[in-house]
Design a protein around this ligand. Structure first.
Ligand SMILES: C[S@@+](CC[C@H](N)C(=O)[O-])C[C@H]1O[C@@H](n2cnc3c(N)ncnc32)[C@H](O)[C@@H]1O
Length: 205
């Protein structure tokens, strides 16, 4: 019964109706995300940017790590209004909105981490289209995702989980690359963040 509700409504729309569960979900994600992103500012030299926006950044684990290492950068946390209002971040500007509508043009670089895997191709493409519109020419997009073909870990069960919870799936390196290139992004390079995740670096050409 519960499973059927999830498939019909998707996990995220279900959370939307339960503020206490939404907060719990984001707190849990923030705790493991802090660990996942602790080496991000060592792997990527964000100092080449004056400003960075974390799109769908949840409670801000990734952008916190960037701001801590590069305090001179103007940092923005963008997520749904009810999420950013509860995020506790320091010296980071919070912006509430939907990445399906508009992402404000405030930053030279956008981090899009663990967002695309929540959505099927059509919606993922819309998010990327709005990221493209929000960046200046020459702006940078950092996509961080699990790539089934970049690691020695079988992601089939995780992908099944995403299908049940979000009607989405884990993609391969080539699938993410194609999705971003279709929206006009030029692929620069990729780096391994940790055991699971790959950082894709794209430019708005
Ligand atoms: C899987 S979480 C990833 C969070 C964070 N980037 C991380 O890696 O820990 C997906 C995020 O997308 C946000 N999100 C979902 N729908 C959104 C929308 N329409 N506009 C902006 N953010 C949204 C969620 O609130 C959540 O924070």
């Amino acid at each position: 019964m519960h499973l059927r509700i999830c498939i019909k409504a998707t996990f995220l729309t279900l959370l939307d109706k339960h503020p206490d569960k939404l907060d719990c979900y984001h707190k849990a994600m923030f705790e493991y995300a802090r660990d996942d992103y602790k080496h991000l500012p060592e792997l990527i030299d964000f100092s080449v940017h004056k400003s960075v926006l974390d799109c769908g950044g949840g409670y801000g684990a990734a952008i916190n790590a960037v701001k801590e290492k590069f305090p001179q950068i103007d940092c923005y946390l963008f997520d749904l209004p009810k999420v950013v209002e509860k995020a506790q971040v320091k010296n980071i500007q919070k912006i509430g909105g939907s990445f399906f509508n508009e992402i404000l043009q405030v930053a030279e670089a956008i981090i899009l981490s663990r967002v695309l895997h929540d959505w099927e191709d059509e919606k993922a493409s819309l998010i990327l289209k709005n990221c493209f519109a929000a960046l200046p020419n020459g702006g940078t997009l950092y996509v961080i995702e699990n790539c089934a073909d970049k690691i020695n870990i079988d992601l089939s069960l995780l992908s099944l989980n995403m299908a049940v919870m979000c009607k989405s799936f884990e993609r391969t390196f080539a699938e993410y690359k194609t999705l971003c290139e279709q929206q006009g992004f030029g692929f620069q390079k990729d780096k391994r963040l940790n055991q699971l995740q790959t950082i894709f670096i794209f430019k708005k050409l």
